[in-house]
Design a binder for this molecule. Structure first.
Ligand code: PLP
Length: 264
């Protein structure tokens, strides 16, 4: 039987009270892409544009119960994971997604450290991420610091970025989008690597401090497009265009790293 794409996206991630990143960015981004956002909250962060001031983890059984409640009734065409915080949550989420109700698409944003320096993933959880969750992923979307932690390589230019993307494929995911925004230069490059192809996207860098939540919003926009049947490269291209515009027109709220403009 052919199942029609519906655009239902289950987001498993942390809350950002400031509304710029985390679950809040994910919901706005999925909605802007025409998808239907559902959530399993993993942690509540006390946060604004100046930084993360507190983290309160949700009990692991409550994280799993949220996922089950959504999956058993509504269903999900794609799942996106963001801040998972602990090894225990990573393992429980992976177990949930590897069972018979595995989603058609799983986008894993390996969130580790907030721009202000707060650890959103405990060090002990990195091994679990590599061993149990990333192998289930359709796509992982690390930035340069995250890719360096996951590969143990240093990434300094486009050549080392491509080599690291290739190494990350070795963890067992179907595709890697290694985002180059943390490297210097007027042009930034994002490398999309699959077992068959490598595609390099480029954009002019926008000179702004208002980039809070870009990683969350990008991964969620891709998940929403995949959930609606858009092919991977086209989904990444459209999501990048969306985020570029969202940064360019950011409203400038707050005294620190402000949120994006989540245009529909
Ligand atoms: N807070 C939460 C809950 C997040 O999931 C993320 C995502 O990466 C961040 C903060 C980090 O946002 P940024 O590094 O873009 O400031």
């Amino acid at each position: 039987m052919i199942s029609l794409p519906q655009g239902r996206v289950l987001i498993v991630a942390g809350s950002d009270s400031g509304g710029g990143a985390g679950i809040q960015a994910d919901i706005k981004s999925v909605s802007a892409m025409g998808g239907f956002a559902m959530t399993a909250v993993t942690a509540i962060t006390v946060q604004n544009t100046l930084g993360v001031h507190g983290i309160h983890e949700v009990p692991v059984d409550v994280v799993v119960a949220q996922m089950k409640a959504v999956m058993e009734d509504i269903g999900a065409d794609a799942v996106k994971t963001g801040m998972l915080h602990s090894a225990e949550i990573v393992e429980a989420v992976a177990a949930q997604l590897s069972e018979e109700n595995a989603p058609g698409f799983l986008v894993v944003d390996p969130v580790m450290i907030a721009k202000g320096g707060a650890a959103l993933l405990e060090g002990s959880a990195v091994a679990a991420l590599k061993e149990v969750l990333i192998p289930l992923a359709t796509l992982i979307t690390p930035n340069v610091p995250e890719a360096e932690v996951l590969t143990g390589r240093s990434i300094t230019d486009l050549a080392s970025q491509k080599a690291a993307a290739d190494a990350l494929l070795g963890l067992g995911c179907d595709a890697v989008l290694l985002k180059g925004g943390h490297l210097s230069g007027d042009t930034l490059f994002d490398v999309l690597a699959t077992q068959e192809t490598v595609h390099t996207f480029s954009s002019p860098r926008i000179d702004t401090r208002h980039t809070h939540g870009t990683g969350c919003a990008l991964a969620s926009a891709i998940a929403a497009l995949l959930a609606q049947g858009v092919e991977l490269t086209a989904a990444v291209e459209a999501a990048r265009d969306y985020i570029h515009e969202a940064i360019r027109t950011a409203p400038g709220f707050g005294k620190g790293h402000g949120p994006l403009n989540f245009l529909a």
